[in-house]
Design a protein around this ligand. Structure first.
Ligand code: ZN
Length: 371
């Protein structure tokens, strides 16, 4: 379905209103509170906000089997005050304008327009403006949805990313905050005492000396993303910490990396006090129906290619789909808008592409409704 000019103008206005509302992962309250009355005013009287701050609404089908359609409301930006929005002839500029407000807004309007048509689909369509997709949000939103509706969900679509992308394989990851503590002391008079920085850097060197598992078609990586610690130039560091992760599309490789990381942590524990906190746990796929995955991916490729001006590609990714995929539920992430700079303050979106996003979402959902 192509958006009329009236719908396009409505999407633009809604996007500009929504995107400035701050919504860091875990603090989506304000965006959720904005969306709920809007959905109710559109006739989704049973829309509600769950305990994970997801906004949920439905188009009832003939059965209670569910097709889940989601777009996330959280941003990577910690801002708790309105986000800065700029506009020119062609584009909108704002942190989070594409990722994922650029998918959420067309999905909202698409759900309303599809309800208006009055078709009663076979499956029930559960829509989610979900929380905590980004970073340390750790997929809390989608995990809660899968916990509540999991065994009823047949397939899941996450609308997220630009129109040239489809994510149809899950990159799992484990993320840790590791803190080293030692007695420390004066750098001159206590010389020889263990330094937390020394212990931490030894761990980092061992991580970077790891060989990742090599398996055809699978990719495994690791990273130490941040380090901090120490007191001053003349103090033996009493504490130092890092955020580190490993990722893989393969379950066995994730288990292997876990073992190697913990060998390193355990080795360091012989020299200092080590505190390990799991701050991220994103599962990878657990054998979902390959035939269904191919059907969904091919349909998305066909629809997105119709509107994208450049070739559409499939990738493995770390998205909301990780959660249904890990439960054996076929799930793909469908990109919708034209823009760039996701996760940066320079992010932009091409205004006209809201029409393409709307078409991609309605056509994907219509295909599911008619199956
Ligand atoms: Zn996103």
């Amino acid at each position: 379905m192509v958006a009329t000019n009236e719908l396009y103008e409505e999407m633009l206005t809604l996007l500009k209103t929504l995107v400035v509302i701050p919504s860091p992962s875990g603090f989506e309250d304000e965006r959720a509170a904005f969306l709920l009355p809007l959905l109710k005013s559109w006739g989704f009287e049973e829309a509600y906000i769950d305990e994970a701050k997801n906004v949920l609404w439905k188009i009832e089908g003939e059965t209670d089997r569910i097709i889940l359609c989601s777009a996330h409301i959280d941003t990577v930006f910690p801002d708790r005050t309105p986000l800065p929005l700029k506009e020119d002839e062609e584009n909108l500029y704002c942190p989070g304008i594409g990722d994922d407000a650029g998918c959420l807004v067309p999905m909202l309007i698409a759900s309303r327009e599809l309800k208006k048509i009055g078709i009663k689909p076979k499956h029930t369509f559960l829509f989610a403006a979900n929380s905590c997709e980004e970073g340390l949000g750790n997929l809390k939103g989608i995990k809660n949805i899968c916990q509540t509706f999991g065994d009823k969900i047949d397939r899941a679509y996450s609308f997220d990313g630009d129109i040239t992308e489809i994510y149809n394989a899950a990159v799992g990851s484990h993320r840790y905050r590791v803190e080293v503590k030692t007695k420390g002391g004066h750098s001159y008079s206590n010389f020889g005492n263990t330094s937390a920085i020394d212990v931490l850097s030894e761990m980092i060197q061992k991580i970077y000396a790891l060989e990742v598992p090599q398996k055809e078609g699978e990719v495994t990586t690791y990273n130490v993303g941040t380090v901090e610690g120490g007191t001053s130039v003349n103090a033996i560091a009493q504490s130092a910490s890092m955020l580190c992760e490993y990722r893989s599309t393969d379950k066995d490789a994730l288990a292997y990396m876990k073992e190697k990381f913990f060998d390193i942590f355990d080795g360091a524990a012989k020299r200092a006090e080590i505190k390990i906190e799991l701050v991220g746990d994103r599962p990878c796929a657990d054998c979902p129906d390959p035939k269904m995955m191919a059907q969904m991916t091919n349909k998305a490729l066909e629809i997105q290619s119709k509107y994208a001006k450049v070739p559409v590609k499939t990738y493995p990714g770390s998205t909301d789909c990780n959660c249904p995929l890990s439960l054996g539920i076929p799930a793909i992430d469908v990109g919708c808008y034209v823009g760039a700079g996701a996760h940066t303050r320079e992010e932009w979106l091409k205004k006209e592409s809201l029409k393409d996003a709307y078409a991609v979402i309605t056509e994907m959902i219509t295909w599911e409704m008619e199956r």
